[in-house]
Design a protein around this ligand. Structure first.
Ligand code: CAO
Length: 415
């Protein structure tokens, strides 16, 4: 079966995490992704957090599936010529260098346009135009600057960053959408364009509900679904809400059987209004279904802490999976806190291709996260990441270089 992005060629100038997640997605949808790396070194993540000496790290392999790797020294004059040939034959250049690096290499937007007016140039940067536009940025900087850290954690503790890589992988996802959108617009305009996804913007987009709450707080001085209500205090800015749900249906994380020894023996429990009577029945508090202090969502808000304490008395008698099975019988929304070990071993995730086992010539078998976006007419087949420069000769030959020319360029240190 064909792939959605068959025929699209991507010049992949990305490194570390944010850019590579974007180009990996495009590769999974069928684009030919040619990753350009420096000879002898390559993407810095190849050697970061290694678990096997001299073998590409899981950090690298899990972000660079289905790509080809070529080595080019883009600061070498002859290397620049090779890069120009690639620019002329690719549809999209994706990069996430520090601000100004591409220009310093001599590849300004104007120069790229002159070489290939149809080329889309897509960039991840830490910040958009403004006071911080020249700053280098990593994941947690973006989480802090995008509003995630100040709104994550508990009220009596410091700001907390999330394990979810919303700054890097989140922005890569935003950039991928920008690229396919620009490709679509090119079908009518015939022109390329620049696509920018700033990590601060990407994180803020994912924290949209907190900007909602900021404005609610400024108007009313309180937010009744936050744990600070009714006994705590609100300041000028949206506070950290612990495990409160952030939506209109109150939720909290509750202990389950075994919590004393298992750090993940917990369940997320949502007291969704339409199933309130069923919740009361399950936990043995039938009287709450009709008690005016508990019967309506508004009446319950001042008592949320007590309500969750009562529900927890019930969840602590069940494992998280037993609780899940019982609650789902009554359509009560809830979710077990799954460890990475449990996720890695979950058969249904293997079946859907969300967790995939990949074989690598140097490291052997390892697990990765497959394509989370499933297209019925463009199925994803996860292929191992390339070794450094594995496809240099192949790509050079496609560009029209003879074996002698390739060898001369290698001797000159250009590739
Ligand atoms: N040949 C020759 N030179 C190359 C090359 C190649 N194939 N590939 C890269 N380079 C050069 C660049 O031109 C740059 O040179 P100059 O500094 O002389 O212009 C140099 O390598 C280093 O690039 P960099 O500044 O991007 O890399 P860094 O390790 O110092 O910074 C990072 C890394 C991530 C902080 C920075 O790239 C950045 O802020 N990127 C944008 C935001 C981003 O994506 N952050 C997320 C990263 S994942 O957490």
């Amino acid at each position: 079966m064909g792939k959605a992005l068959d025929g699209v060629r991507i010049l992949d100038f990305t490194h570390v995490q944010s850019g590579p997640t974007c180009t990996q997605l495009l590769a999974w949808f069928g684009a030919d992704v040619i990753k350009v790396e420096r000879a002898g070194a390559g993407d810095i993540t190849r050697e970061q957090l290694r678990d096997i000496p001299d073998v590409d790290s899981l950090y690298f392999t899990m972000l660079n599936h289905n790509k080809r790797s070529v080595t080019i020294d883009t600061k070498n004059p002859e290397g620049k010529q090779v890069l120009e040939a690639l620019i002329q034959t690719c549809d999209v250049l994706v990069e996430n260098f520090a601000p100004g690096a591409l220009d310093r290499m001599g590849f300004t937007w104007e120069r790229i346009q002159a070489l290939n007016p149809r080329m889309i140039v897509a960039s991840v940067k830490g910040f958009g135009p403004g006071p911080y536009e020249d700053c280098k940025v990593y994941e947690n900087v973006a989480q802090c600057a995008g509003g995630a850290a100040s709104t994550t954690g508990f009220d009596d503790g410091p700001p907390v960053v999330s394990g979810a890589q919303i700054g890097d992988s989140g922005t890569g996802l935003h950039l991928a959408l920008g690229i396919v959108t620009a490709l679509y617009q090119r079908t009518s305009t015939g022109r390329g364009q620049r696509v920018l996804a700033a990590m601060q913007d990407g994180v803020l987009n994912l924290c949209r509900v907190k900007l909602r709450d900021q404005q609610r707080l400024e108007r009313t001085g309180t937010m009744k679904e936050y744990p600070q209500y009714p006994n705590g205090t609100f300041g000028e800015a949206v506070p950290r809400a612990g495990n409160a749900s952030g939506g209109g249906q109150p939720g909290w994380i509750l202990k389950c059987k075994g919590w004393e020894t298992d750090p993940n023996a917990y369940i997320y429990f949502i007291t969704q209004a339409p199933v309130w009577a069923k919740i009361c029945n399950v936990i043995g508090k039938e009287e709450w279904a009709t008690d005016p202090d508990y019967a309506t969502p508004a009446a319950r808000l001042p008592h949320l802490k007590d309500i969750f304490a009562e529900i927890e008395r019930w969840t602590m008698t069940k494992t998280k999976f037993e609780a899940m099975a019982i609650l789902n019988k009554y359509d009560i929304p809830c979710g077990p806190i799954l460890s990475m070990k449990e996720i890695a071993e979950e058969p249904s995730l293997r079946k859907t291709g969300t967790i995939v086992e990949v074989d690598h010539p140097l490291r052997g078998k390892y697990l990765t996260v497959g394509n989370p976006i499933k297209l019925s007419d463009s199925p994803t087949e996860v292929k191992r990441s390339p070794l450094l420069g594995e496809h240099t000769d192949e790509v050079m030959a496609e560009l029209g270089y003879s074996p002698e020319q390739i060898s001369a360029l290698r001797t000159a240190g250009a590739i």
